[in-house]
Design a protein around this ligand. Structure first.
Ligand code: 1CP
Length: 343
C-alpha cells in the first residue's frame, strides 16, 4: 500500500487533507526558475537539458513542498520530434511550421523515430525519480491530440482554434489522420516516460472546450480513451489524469468514457457544481482560479477554503484551474498551501 498521498487520491481514497500541486509550478513567477532558464539560454534549451530541467522541476518542491512534481517539458516537443519546426518568439509564444495537407501529415516521422529527439526528456524523468523526496509523486505528461493538432495546424496558439476547426470541416481525412498520428505517438512517448519513472501521467487538452457535440466525442473523448487503454494495457494500474479544459457539461461522464482515474477541472465551473456532477464518479483535481496567486489576501483564503470544502466528501487533488501566471507572487502560493493544509 502506497503512502504517497497523490496516488492514494488517484486510487479513490478520500483524504482528510487533499494533496496539492500546481499547474506550471515550475515557471517564470519563481526567481530561481528565471535564473536557471537564463543559464540554459532559452526555453527549449532548458527543456532539452536534463540536469537543468530536473533542477527547475525540483525548485517548487524545495520551496513549497508540493505533493507532486510535474516533469519540466512542453506539449510541443512531441510535434517537434515528429518533424515539425518549433521555436519560441520572445514575448509572444510558440511558433511551428504548419501542417494542412495529407502530404504534410505523411511527411511526419514514423513514431519509432521520435525517441532520439526525446531522449533528454526521458533522462530528466530518470534523474527526478532518483532525486525527488520519497513522498513526492512524479507526474509525466503530454498534450491531448486535439490540442497538439491545433498548434500543428495553425503554427501557433490561437484564441478560437479557427485553423484546426477549418481543416476539420474542409478536409476531414487529413485532420483525422493527423489526430491518429499524434494519438499513436503520444502512447509511445508517455509509455517511455513511465518506463523512465513517471508514476502518473496527465493529458492536457487545453482547447477541448472549443469542441462541441459529436466533435467533442470524436476528437476529445475518443483519442483520450485510446491513449489511456493502450497505456494501461502496457502499464497495468498506471493512474491517468485527464484535463479537458473548459469542457463544461463534457466533464460529466468524462472519466467513465475515457478510463481516466481523475478529471482535472478548470475554474470556469464552480467547485460545488463539479463535486455534484463530476466527483460523484471519481477523483477530481482543481480548481482555484489562478488570478488568486496574483491578488492574494482574504479572497485567496476564502476561495481556497471553498474549494477544499466543496470537494471534502470525495477523492480530491487540490490544484489551480489552469497554470499559474508569470506575474504571480510566490508568497500567495505559500499562503494557498498553508490554507489547504490547515483547513
Ligand atoms: O519560460 C518560458 O518563457 C516558457 C513558459 C513555458 C513553460 C514554463 C512554456 C511555453 N511551457 C512551459 C512548461 C510547461 N508547459 C509545462 C511544465 C510543467 C509545469 O506545469 O510546471 C507543462 C505541463 C506545459 C504544458 C503546455 N504547454 C500546455 C498545456 C497546459 C496549458 O497551459 O494549457 C500548452 C497549451 C503548452 C504550449 C505552450 N508552451 C509555452 C506556452 C507559453 C504555451 C501556450 C502557448 C499559446 O497557446 O499561446
Amino acid at each position: 500500500m502506497t503512502t504517497k498521498t497523490i496516488l492514494r487520491a488517484l486510487a479513490g481514497e478520500t483524504l482528510p487533507t487533499p494533496p496539492i500541486w500546481m499547474m506550471r509550478q515550475a515557471g517564470r513567477y519563481l526567481p530561481e526558475y528565471r535564473a536557471t532558464r537564463a543559464q540554459a539560454g532559452d526555453f527549449l534549451s532548458l527543456c532539452y537539458n536534463s540536469d537543468l530541467a530536473a533542477e527547475v522541476t525540483l525548485q517548487p518542491i524545495r520551496r513549497f513542498g508540493f505533493d507532486a512534481a510535474i516533469l519540466f517539458a512542453d506539449i510541443l516537443l512531441l510535434p517537434q520530434a515528429l518533424g515539425a519546426d518549433l521555436w519560441f518568439e520572445t514575448g509572444e509564444g510558440p511558433r511551428l511550421s504548419t501542417i494542412t495537407t495529407m502530404e504534410g501529415v505523411r511527411a511526419l516521422k514514423p513514431k519509432d523515430a521520435i525517441h532520439d529527439k526525446l531522449a533528454p526528456i526521458y533522462e530528466t524523468v530518470r534523474i527526478l525519480s532518483r532525486e525527488l523526496p520519497a513522498q513526492t509523486t512524479l507526474i509525466g505528461f503530454a498534450g491531448a491530440p486535439w490540442t497538439v493538432a491545433t498548434y500543428m495546424i495553425a503554427g501557433r496558439g490561437t484564441k478560437d482554434q479557427g485553423p484546426a476547426h477549418a481543416l476539420k470541416s474542409t478536409d476531414r481525412a487529413t485532420f483525422s489522420t493527423l489526430i491518429d498520428v499524434i494519438t499513436e505517438a503520444t502512447i509511445d512517448y508517455l509509455s517511455m516516460q513511465v518506463q523512465a519513472g513517471a508514476e502518473v501521467v496527465k493529458l492536457f487538452d487545453s482547447w477541448a472546450g472549443s469542441l462541441k457535440g459529436q466533435d467533442f466525442t470524436d476528437f476529445a473523448v475518443k483519442p483520450t480513451a485510446r491513449i489511456i487503454s493502450a497505456l494501461k494495457a502496457k502499464h497495468p494500474g498506471l493512474p491517468v489524469i485527464a484535463f479537458p479544459r473548459e469542457a463544461g457539461d463534457g466533464y460529466i461522464g468524462f472519466a467513465a468514457a475515457t478510463g481516466a482515474d481523475c478529471v482535472a477541472i478548470d475554474n470556469s465551473v464552480t467547485p460545488e457544481w463539479a463535486a455534484e456532477h463530476v466527483q460523484v464518479s471519481g477523483c477530481v483535481q482543481g480548481n482555484l482560479a489562478p488570478h488568486h496567486m496574483v491578488t492574494g489576501g482574504d479572497d485567496l483564503v476564502r476561495e481556497t477554503l471553498r474549494v477544499v470544502k466543496a470537494f471534502r466528501k470525495g477523492p480530491h487533488i487540490f490544484n489551480l484551474g489552469h497554470g499559474i501566471t508569470p506575474d504571480a507572487n510566490p508568497d500567495n502560493v505559500a499562503l494557498m498551501i498553508e490554507t489547504v493544509r490547515g483547513a
